[in-house]
Design a protein around this ligand. Structure first.
Ligand SMILES: Cc1cc2nc3c(=O)[nH]c(=O)nc-3n(C[C@H](O)[C@H](O)[C@H](O)COP(=O)(O)OP(=O)(O)OC[C@H]3O[C@@H](n4cnc5c(N)ncnc54)[C@H](O)[C@@H]3O)c2cc1C
Length: 237
């Protein structure tokens, strides 16, 4: 067993959407000290006894014994299916937080661009920005249908109570009356709401690459773009 493996226990599980479950994990006697945007690696044992590790980004910030994960289930997947089958009281071992996605400068405007469960690190960073940030924040969040939107009521409440925050949903479902298509199609509108921003991008690798290209075309310097790509097909599978 890896020396720094941390034992956690499922405190609660909750369906956020038809395919995404929220899991609240508690590590007794431990205080999580992650930087918002970082991920932990969940350890799952495969049928032949081999350890398998998968990264998940907590949506909550540090300072408590709890981590809140939002996990999308992939049929035929390994760890995502295992996590969806966990019940209250079950152990979930994980490696401590790591990773380089984090808020660089809370003194300037920010744009968070996410598709699918790429939203998770953005929520953690958005929470930090709303506490410590000094500028405007725009969250551009892409999914397929309204039913796929995670944390919608919380995001709507946040944007209603913070005049410095705009939350823009972009759905590929054509019957939606709001923004439709891909998040990249709405970059200009998001960039119009801010001044000289840092831009954070997380989602399917293709979206991340396309978005980086579009941001460069829009004049955002490379060093102001911070990204993480992880899921194949989270929006368009
Ligand atoms: C830094 C980082 C942070 C992450 N944070 C989160 C998070 O907060 N929430 C979250 O839900 N996920 C997150 N992921 C993705 C997560 O780590 C796993 O890749 C995902 O849960 C699938 O793992 P699995 O073991 O179930 O599938 P695997 O066993 O790896 O794959 C088995 C089969 O499942 C299917 N499958 C697996 N993944 C996908 C996919 N992405 N798209 C389509 N089919 C797939 C395929 O058929 C594949 O052949 C993150 C990834 C990274 C790199």
């Amino acid at each position: 067993m890896a020396a720094d493996l941390l034992e956690t226990t499922v405190l609660a599980t909750y369906p956020l959407t038809p395919s995404v479950h929220q899991l609240v994990l508690r590590a007794d006697g431990h205080t999580f000290d992650h930087t918002p945007g970082q991920h932990v690696s969940v350890r799952y044992e495969s049928d032949d006894g081999r350890p398998v590790y998968r990264p998940y980004s907590p949506v909550n910030g540090p300072g408590t014994d709890r981590l809140v994960l939002a996990v999308k289930r992939y049929d035929g997947g390994t760890c995502s299916v295992w996590l969806h089958e966990r019940s209250v009281g079950d152990p979930v071992p994980l490696m401590p937080p790591s990773g380089n996605l984090h808020l660089r400068d809370s003194g300037r405007d920010v744009v968070f661009l996410a598709t699918g469960t790429g939203l998770t690190p953005m929520l953690a960073m958005l929470g930090q920005y709303l506490t410590a940030g000094a500028g405007r924040a725009v969250l551009l969040y892409g999914e397929r249908t309204p039913a796929d939107l995670m944390y919608r009521s919380m995001l709507d409440r946040l944007s209603a109570s913070h005049s410095s925050l705009s939350v823009e949903y972009v759905l590929s479902d054509a019957s939606w009356e709001g923004r439709t298509g891909y998040v990249q199609d709405h970059l200009d509108a998001a960039l119009d709401m801010v001044v000289d921003p840092h831009v954070y991008v997380c989602g399917v690798p293709e979206m991340v690459v396309d978005t980086q290209d579009a941001l460069q075309t829009a004049g955002i310097p490379d060093e102001h773009i911070f990204s993480e790509g992880w899921e194949q097909g989270a929006v368009d599978e």
